[in-house]
Write a protein that binds this ligand. Structure first.
Ligand code: GKR
Ligand code: MG
Length: 423
């Protein structure tokens, strides 16, 4: 078979579950199991392309519907893939917010469903060409991709289960200890604290404690829209010169614009600019100075690269945020970030929080807080079928079928209210 002539012959979507610590956030707490779906595209020439995405029931049903329609498709034809996704989903594209535990309202599932198939197609094309996937995005402009250590308030363990080995982190000293472990273990050169859990006074104190403990590390605070614009302005005044940016202090483009107009701290978002149609109003209002991309949400790697170009054109900063994920996603993030010339801040990753993976170890190691861009063909990683089977068994037996941070929190604290724009 000549190069470039292979067609997709079989598609497998495998939901998996992996243990997740009780990480606290604005809408509640992470459940004991995080879900992901691993997408495999096989070709008639014997190649395998990989993608990774969310795995709530509604999303899985859509992935399966696209999977059934894909055999015979040319992996080079990603425009055709998108048309196929649009056709298969038809008018029923709503409800994609279910993948985000109530944190995001996503209008249409087209981008989130298209993404893992696009990544797997690009993996196939690059594997066939014998080139790293980043070469299909213009080529790597850096050999290593820097990540930020992602700190979370957390309980010592899930209620009723034994404590995890990270222990409790509910005050500034415990957050500093968690940061110390992240920096010592992974070498991170910047730190992000997930806020929106305690009153802003306490979260500012934690950031100040981090500043004292790590005088040279850039810091970020992300309360996922927990504060009013007025509170956000007060926090920005207190933390000016302390944080490199504030991430989503308040919800919505309008609220962010009010804060941006009255503060000197750059504002970043992965909540109010989450689709191309949000860019125009956000830029017009100068609401955000940094966009945090996410190829799972923005419709794959090439659309994320397009987002990078747009932010560059408008003089905005660009980085990447994450959700609980495995190695297939990390590899895709690394290739994308490597091929993004204007990546102005280190990406964030949940990777250190997980203890299991579906990819063979050795390719995605963190050294000095960064991951070397895989140089093998495609994503440069290999699926471990035993581990995939193990994590799939965990999916079957764990009982979790969607991300429900608030429901889980209320099973522990019945009166819990999500904190969005509350303080
Ligand atoms: O894992 O709880 C979490 C995070 O809050 C995640 O859901 C967010 O999507 O990390 C993300 C963020 O930057 O907002
Ligand atoms: Mg964020």
């Amino acid at each position: 078979m000549s190069a470039g002539s292979s067609r997709i012959s079989k598609v497998v979507v495998t939901p998996v579950a992996f243990a997740d610590p009780p990480l606290l956030n604005v809408v509640g707490v992470h459940q004991p199991w995080a879900l992901r779906a691993i997408v495999e595209l096989h070709t008639d020439s014997g190649l395998l392309g990989l993608g990774e995405t969310y795995a709530d029931e509604a999303h899985l049903a859509r992935l399966e519907a696209v999977a059934a329609a894909l055999p015979g498709h040319d992996p080079y034809d990603t425009h055709g893939l998108r048309r196929l996704v649009v056709d298969v989903l038809g008018r029923e594209t709503g409800g994609a917010g279910a993948s985000f535990g109530g944190m995001l309202d996503v209008d249409s599932a087209v981008d989130t469903v298209y993404s893992p198939f696009e990544v797997a197609c690009l993996d196939l094309v690059a594997r066939e060409a014998g080139r790293p996937l980043s070469d299909l995005l213009g080529g790597a402009v850096r050999e290593r991709v820097p990540f930020s250590g992602y700190l979370f308030y957390k309980w010592a363990g899930h209620p009723g289960l034994s404590d995890d080995d990270w222990g409790e982190a509910l005050d500034p000293d415990q957050i500093v200890a968690q940061a110390r472990r992240m920096v010592d273990g992974w070498g991170f050169g910047s730190l992000k604290l997930k806020g929106g859990v305690f009153v802003p006074e306490e979260e500012c104190a934690a950031i100040e404690a981090l500043r004292d403990a790590f005088p040279d590390l850039p810091l970020r605070l992300d309360p996922n829209g927990a504060w009013t614009p007025e509170t956000s302005i007060e926090v920005a005044r207190r933390l000016v010169g302390v944080v490199e940016y504030l991430e989503d202090p308040t919800p919505g483009i309008e609220g962010m614009a009010q804060v941006a107009a009255r503060s000197d701290v750059p504002l970043a978002t992965n909540m109010c600019v989450i689709a191309f149609e949000h860019l125009k109003p956000a830029i017009a209002a100068d609401a955000v100075q940094i966009v945090l991309s996410d190829h799972h949400l923005w419709g794959g790697l090439r659309r994320s690269a397009l987002l990078g170009g747009i932010t560059d054109t408008f003089g905005m900063g660009l980085s990447m945020h994450s959700n609980s994920h495995l190695g297939v996603s990390l590899a895709a993030m690394v290739h994308l970030a490597a091929a993004t010339p204007n990546l102005t801040y280190a990406c964030d990753t949940h990777y250190p929080w997980k203890t299991q993976d579906v990819v063979r170890p050795g390719v995605l190691d963190f050294v000095d807080g960064s991951v070397a861009v895989p140089t093998g063909p495609g994503l440069g990683i290999e699926l471990d079928r035993d581990l995939l089977g193990e994590l799939h068994e965990q999916y079957l037996s764990c009982g979790v079928r969607r991300r429900e941070d608030t429901v889980y929190m209320r099973s522990i604290e019945p009166g819990f209210t999500p904190n969005t724009s509350r303080w």
